[in-house]
Design a protein around this ligand. Structure first.
Ligand code: NDP
Ligand code: 8X3
Length: 253
């Protein structure tokens, strides 16, 4: 049977990387993207050896529209039959009130989480349209449903993802393309290290005193979504650790 193809942005770490591993184990071929080439190369090597997966690794920055078009605009023919686009690349940068926020942090979040997602989706859409089917999974967040102290701009970007997911579902309906959003709570990945600009101690403290979600937990949700019958679309899934009741209510021991 022909292998399905998934395009996962941000596969060099965390949720994207865990999803690449799960889908490889389920016999998918993968287009994997990220900025860190050495990470991509290591993952390609691992997936080739372990699962015999064919991988097209593309190293680029989703914020740069020329790079997005150059890398995804003319995929080799064998890679154009994309079944899943997973818009996962994203980040938080900083944790401050708006009045103390840093313009560079804001640019990073807005350019990656909103504009990057749009550039990639727009560029990949023609492949999905040509097939008349396919699934787009956007990584939203509980931060796209609620607003928490000091997270204003990150929350705003994820609220935008929430809105764009709804918009894509409407716009792409005539083309047979399904759009699902996954909104996780706290997942222990490199997310907090990136948010705190490399401060590992501060990042570790975020996940102390409770069991956070693991990247594999969200990858399992992706696996569930891609294995649904074609006529079934789960629009939105909020997935939290047991110890988390809302964006800022956490039961820590
Ligand atoms: P990680 O930091 O572990 O992974 C983020 C991935 O995004 C990396 O592979 C990184 O690759 C990629 N990325 C970031 N910026 C860019 C860019 N400009 N161009 C290309 N790739 C980029 O975090 P997570 O796995 O946790 O995050 C994945 C998604 O899940 C994000 O959208 C995040 O907002 C969302 N999310 C995370 C939660 C959490 O608690 N961890 C909860 C809710 C949602 P590289 O640096 O190599 O470019
Ligand atoms: C990541 C989860 O709660 O840190 O989107 O914003 S949170």
């Amino acid at each position: 049977m022909e292998r399905k193809i998934a395009l996962i942005t941000g596969a060099t770490s965390g949720i994207g990387q865990a999803t690449a591993r799960i889908l490889a184990a389920e016999n998918w071929n993968l287009i994997l993207t990220g900025r860190r080439k050495e990470r991509l190369d290591a993952l390609v090597d691992e997936l080739n050896k372990k699962y015999n997966t064919e991988v097209l690794a593309l190293c680029f920055d989703v914020r740069d529209k020329q790079q997005v078009i150059a890398n995804l605009g003319t995929l080799p023919e064998a890679w154009q039959n994309i079944d899943l686009l997973m818009n996962n690349a994203g980040l938080a940068s900083g944790l401050e009130p708006i009045q103390d926020g840093d313009f560079e942090d804001w640019d990073k979040m807005i350019d990656t989480n909103i504009k990057g997602l749009l550039y990639v989706t727009h560029t990949v859409f023609p492949y999905l349209k040509a097939r008349g089917k396919g699934l787009i999974i956007n990584l939203g967040s509980i931060a796209g449903k609620e607003t928490y102290p000091n997270g204003g701009v990150y929350c705003a970007t994820k609220h935008a993802v929430d809105s764009l997911s709804k918009a894509m579902r409407i716009d792409m309906l005539p083309f047979g393309i399904k759009v699902s959003q996954i909104c996780p709570g706290a997942v222990e990945t490199e997310f907090s290290e990136v948010r705190f600009h490399g401060d590992e101690q501060r990042a570790e403290a975020v996940y102390k005193g409770f069991e956070p979600l693991h990247a594999d937990d969200i990858a399992e949700v992706v696996s569930y979504l891609v294995n649904l019958p074609d006529h079934v679309c789960i629009n939105d899934m909020m997935v939290l650790p047991k110890a988390q009741a809302s964006a800022y209510v956490m039961y820590k021991k």
